[in-house]
Design a binder for this molecule. Structure first.
Ligand SMILES: CC(C)(COP(=O)(O)OP(=O)(O)OC[C@H]1O[C@@H](n2cnc3c(N)ncnc32)[C@H](O)[C@@H]1OP(=O)(O)O)[C@@H](O)C(=O)NCCC(=O)NCCSC(=O)C[C@H](O)C(=O)O
Ligand SMILES: [Mg+2]
Length: 284
């Protein structure tokens, strides 16, 4: 993981839903995405934007991300202006096709007085984004750019490609793995897409563990009931922690070694670095 903050559970909350907005301060999600895009009907866009601005006037102590509508839509420009004024932790851009989409928004933010601390997150959910994924993620290596996170948009990706969303997600896997690879190359956080079937929490827990095994930092969520299973699945298990501690202890006992064995397994110093990172990222 590249960010200092955990991103195990990142919940979408429709900005038009006042009742859902009111729940945010009490939700144990690592971050919240306030959505102006797909969760808001076209004739509700302006009202949702206004309610978002009111929400930020009494900002809760949470990591908050605003998903705006694409700049090519009738709402994009007004959304970006409102989001900039709200000063969220990040602005999430939907339907990103290429690095240009991100750089243009970065420039537009710079035109105002928005400090660089407002980061940009990018939805990866179009076939063009998949073709340009290396170049998009490469922006994460540019310290002057704001890009911090890639977010899988599996519903749009399925819609635009014809990939069938089966319960085991087997046909989506190649695209999801590409996102993880690109994010790591670009030093970015990367989040798995949502599970639409929010009532089946057993299936959800399996999907979270799979995403964790694939290398994702966390999962985007649509319902509060998904928060606890995601927090558990993306936290290291007791066994992971014990193994990591054993590696750290073994090298501490003999710091001159380059390679050792623990219980019949070869352990190199690269595993020490991995173990130290795991222990440092633990949330008690
Ligand atoms: C899916 C939902 C419409 C279901 O809502 P509802 O029918 O109200 O469910 P419940 O009765 O079980 O809700 C129980 C209470 O919890 C509150 N609630 C529900 N969802 C949220 C939420 N996301 N945040 C906060 N609070 C929430 C309800 O208000 C109930 O409260 P109460 O009545 O007081 O008990 C709904 O869950 C929902 O709208 N979810 C978010 C949908 C969304 O944001 N979609 C857009 C993002 S997904 C996407 O676009 C991904 C990507 O772009 C892609 O392409 O894949
Ligand atoms: Mg989408």
């Amino acid at each position: 993981m590249t960010s200092a903050h955990p991103h195990r559970s990142v919940l979408y909350v429709p900005a038009a839903n006042e009742k859902a907005l009111a729940k945010i301060p009490d939700l144990p999600a690592d971050a919240i995405i306030l959505d102006l895009e797909d969760a808001v009907a076209p004739d509700q866009k302006a009202a949702a934007r206004n309610s978002l601005v009111r929400f930020f006037e009494k900002r809760p102590n949470k990591r908050l991300i605003i998903r705006i509508n694409a700049m090519s839509t009738p709402w994009g420009v007004d959304d970006l202006a409102a989001a900039r004024a709200c000063k969220p932790d990040a602005i999430l851009l939907p339907k990103v096709d290429s690095p240009r989409d991100i750089l243009e928004t970065d420039d537009a933010l710079d035109e105002g007085d928005a400090p660089k601390r407002i980061r940009l997150w990018a939805m990866i959910e179009t076939p063009k984004a998949m073709m340009n994924i290396g170049a998009i993620a490469g922006l994460g290596r540019d310290r002057a750019a704001r890009l911090a996170c890639l977010v899988a948009g599996t519903n749009d990706l399925a819609k635009d490609t014809g990939i069938r969303m089966t319960p085991d997600r087997r046909y989506l896997m190649p695209a999801l793995s590409q996102m993880v690879m690109a994010a790591r190359a670009g030093n970015l956080t990367v989040l798995d897409g949502v599970s639409n079937n929010f009532r089946d929490l057993d299936a959800f827990a399996v999907e979270c563990r799979e995403a964790s095994n694939m290398g994702f930092d966390g999962k985007t969520l649509i319902h509060p009931a998904q928060i606890d299973p995601a927090n558990s699945a993306f936290a290291p298990s007791d066994e992971d922690v014990a193994q990591a501690q054993a590696i750290v202890d073994a090298f501490a006992a003999d710091p001159t070694q380059g390679v050792i064995q623990i219980n019949g397994r070869m352990i190199e110093r690269l595993h020490l670095a991995q173990a130290e990172a795991l222990l440092a990222a633990r949330i008690d």
